[in-house]
Design a binder for this molecule. Sequence first.
Ligand SMILES: [Zn+2]
Length: 302
Amino acid sequence: MLKLLPSIILLLCLGCNAKKSENENFKPVQVNQSSASVLTAGEVIGRIKDRVTCDWREETVDTYKSGNPDTKVTGIATTFLATLDVLKKAQKEGLNLVITHEPTYYNHLDDTEFFTSDPVYIAKRKFIEEHNMVIFRFHDHWHMTNPDGIHTGMINELGWKSYQMKTDQMIFELPEQTVGTLAKTLKDHFNTPAVRVVGDPDLKISQVGMAVGAPGSQRQIMMLRRDDVEVLIGGETHEWETVEWVRDAHSEGRKKALILIGHANSEEAGMAYCASWLEEFISEIPVQFIAAGDPFWGPGLD
Ligand SMILES: [Zn+2]
């Protein structure tokens, strides 16, 4: 069922051609939201484009992945990734516009050519189409808006605002602790077995960098090279690139370590924040964050 916000909204006279002189007593009409679907997907995305602080790029992955911009929106779900489970939850809540940070169809460009006869893809697509859902990716511009929406959500999630360095919003001066202690804190925080560490667990550190998601090994190594980064917290990486750079750096006696927390854990809070950001300029329809969660499990997690 569609969850309604306080049910009365103001409907301005959009598209009304009446001349002012004929319409002296015009007042905005109050209507019950249930009697009028007020926003299309295209209008929601238009507001997002107006609100981000960066110009909207022509070349971007931030596009419709399924559905039609003319679809009337009953509610918005934000999520790290539009998994089938997320889509089912959104559909159950009456949220037919899903705004996802990462791809829906298993590759960065959501190129479906490889999947045209893939049963997993076909079943997912069928669910989306049967329920008239619209999926829009909000990745590039959510990172490019200032401050980066994913970073903002993650810093709030970890409570690290007061540790943030002035020089870089993703470098933190934490109370001194060992790499092992920091890794355990993150593992407990995200309740995941997927935290993995390279380097000395007893290394005392306080200067921490964070590289969310999968920015690539060069960007991760560039952060690790900084004098003010002793340990880098990352989402994911190719195991034979950044991981091995850190292993060699450690062998050479350098004070460097890497903690990988998984891509989802490293970004999901940014899409929870996205829901509250959307609510600042979309009040006509419900907006809700739906967690995709960490896909990994491992033996031995309590
Ligand atoms: Zn991201």
